[in-house]
Design a protein around this ligand. Structure first.
Ligand code: NAD
Ligand code: 2VS
Length: 504
């Protein structure tokens, strides 16, 4: 049984309120507006947060612009900026427990997984510290005639808009490359989960990041609110956004008048394809982890499992049995594998899909609220089998611990099913046939493929989706490209070859 009192004990260092952070100071909204932040276990408000509007974004962008124009951050040596980034990583690491406790309390993530995400956040800063020091740029020469080189410049004020799933880690994913390359930033964290972001100012100050380089405005995304105002601010030349595909479309349209640089990491409905020749134990473990880790609130979740007919019945039976053993528990319990979804609104959305699924397919595990969890956003790990491709639970992103399993009989059918969605973020392929694995990878419509592998990231590789899953790529040098302008400088080394115009 659960102990509700343990669940609602707030972290020891809870701030009095969530404020914006502008030009080195914590501030309230200019109009004083605030909103409630909810704990996902009790669904009770536990803290107030400032709700930013256009006027607050104007202030934050002005502070970031001043810090960019007055320096020293954009013109510091890469080595000096890298030192600050490495200090940020050290501090994040040293505060892992505190950070994870806050994240878990605010978002409902299982504490053990929240710790892993805090370590990933630190690693993002370390990685980009290394990358800017090792950074090389193109130079080309035509001997005796011309030399050309690339002058890379930070763009200015970067607008960063982030979602509520693994919030601190996904914020670090954007913050690290944006500041590493010499930009200043305005971060707009997700309104469901602003708590861990309230630690950034202290971390950055302690690491020696100059005042005004990092600014943060909390609040909502809609028109007139913080997110929308950031997208429409004329002094913000680029927006890096992670969130829903429909929000991405709105941002795309709103940024169009300024032709802003856009990077968008959007939704997914990623297939995990299991062929009969796969290592079945490994495939089952990985596909369980792939959709139930991080509460299933993960853009790259393998939420459609396609299984070859000859092993289908065995797979479904074993998968359902293992899903039933996934430990649902309080976010604060170190043994918990699936905890509470972020917010009652999201819980209702996920539960509505569970009900839709019951009318569309065969329920083989879960399908309700776990026993012993009468309040809060708890959902049993839920498995549907025999899901047809026209089912809504096959096509639509659920973003919770719910998976659809579908049989296929040929490679061609597997590929057609894998691609039969508007999304294209990740694909996972399980087979011992090398040729099949590589040919399938070529043909599958996804930004990333994992072959016989869990979702393990190498920070040097591009991260992003195709179709409705995104626009552009970040990760490694792609992030450096996104957050900088590349100016080509051409130098004449010989005679001037231009034809002469207008000569008498
Ligand atoms: N592809 C990826 O890398 C990736 C990663 C994480 C999450 N996601 C996706 O994110 C979604 C879940 O996150 P969410 O519910 O927070 O997404 P969301 O789109 O509702 O919100 C994301 C952020 O955008 C802001 N926002 C909302 N409307 C806006 C507008 N008109 N202008 C500017 N900002 C606006 C929100 O306040 C929030 O900070 C899922 O669809 C998931 O797949 C994708
Ligand atoms: O949830 C969105 C982004 C996730 C990135 C990952 O590497 C992951 O899937 O954990």
């Amino acid at each position: 049984m659960t102990e509700p009192t343990a669940a609602i004990t707030p972290p020891a260092n809870l701030p009095e309120k969530i404020r914006h952070y502008i030009g080195g100071e914590f501030v309230d909204s200019l109009d004083g507006d605030e909103f409630d932040v909810i704990n996902p276990v009790t669904n009770e408000p536990y803290i107030r947060a400032a709700s930013g509007k256009k006027a607050d974004i104007d202030r934050a962008v002005a502070a970031a612009k001043t810090a960019f124009e007055d320096g020293p951050w954009p013109t510091m040596l890469p080595r000096e900026r890298a030192r600050v980034l490495n200090r940020i990583a050290d501090i994040v690491e040293s505060r892992e427990d505190e950070l994870a406790e806050m994240e878990s309390f605010d978002s409902g993530l299982p504490i053990t997984q929240a710790k892993g995400q805090a370590r990933r956040a630190a690693e993002n800063f370390r990685f980009f510290a290394d990358l800017i020091v090792a950074q090389v740029d193109d130079a080309y020469k035509v001997p005796g005639r011309q030399a050309n080189y690339v002058n890379r410049k930070p763009k200015g004020v970067a607008g960063l808009i982030t979602p509520w799933n693994t919030p601190f880690m996904l914020e670090s994913w954007k913050l690290a490359p944006a500041i590493a390359t010499g930009n200043t930033v305005v971060l707009k964290p997700a309104e469901f989960t602003p708590l861990s972001a309230s630690l950034w100012p202290g971390i950055f100050e302690e690491a020696g990041l100059p005042t005004g380089v990092f600014n943060m405005v909390n609040g909502f995304g809609e028109e007139g609110f913080a997110g929308d105002s950031l997208v429409k601010h004329p002094d913000v030349p680029l927006i890096s956004f992670t969130g829903e595909s429909s929000t991405g479309q709105t941002i795309f349209a709103n940024a169009a008048p300024w032709l802003k640089g856009l990077s968008m990491e959007l939704g997914g409905k990623s297939p995990a394809v299991v062929f009969a020749d796969a290592d079945l134990d490994a495939a089952i473990n990985a596909t369980i982890f792939g959709v139930f880790s991080l509460n299933g609130e993960r853009c790259t979740a393998g939420s459609r499992i396609l299984v070859e007919e000859s092993i289908y019945d065995e797979f479904v039976e074993r998968y359902a049995a293992q899903a039933k053993r996934v430990k649902v528990g309080l976010p604060s319990d170190p043994d918990t594998e699936v905890a509470a979804l972020v917010h009652p609104e999201h819980y209702e959305k996920v539960m509505s899909y569970v009900e839709i699924g019951k009318g569309e397919a065969r329920l083989v595990a879960g399908g309700g609220r776990p026993e012993g969890f009468e309040t809060g956003n708890f959902v049993e790990p839920t498995v549907f089998a025999d899901v047809m491709p026209d089912a809504r639970i096959f096509q639509e992103e659920i973003f919770g611990p719910v998976v659809a399993i579908t049989p296929f009989s040929t490679d061609e059918e597997a590929l057609a099913l894998a691609n039969d969605t508007k999304y294209g973020l990740a694909a996972y392929i399980w087979t011992s046939d090398l040729k099949r694995a590589h040919n399938f990878s070529q043909a599958v419509e996804s930004g990333m493929v994992w072959l016989n592998s869990n979702n393990v990231r190498d920070l040097r590789t591009p991260f992003g989706g195709v179709k409705a899953s995104g626009l552009g790529h970040e990760g490694g040098y792609r992030s450096i490209d996104f957050y900088t302008d590349q100016q080509a400088v051409h130098i004449n080394l010989g005679e001037v070859h231009n034809p002469v115009f207008g000569k008498q």
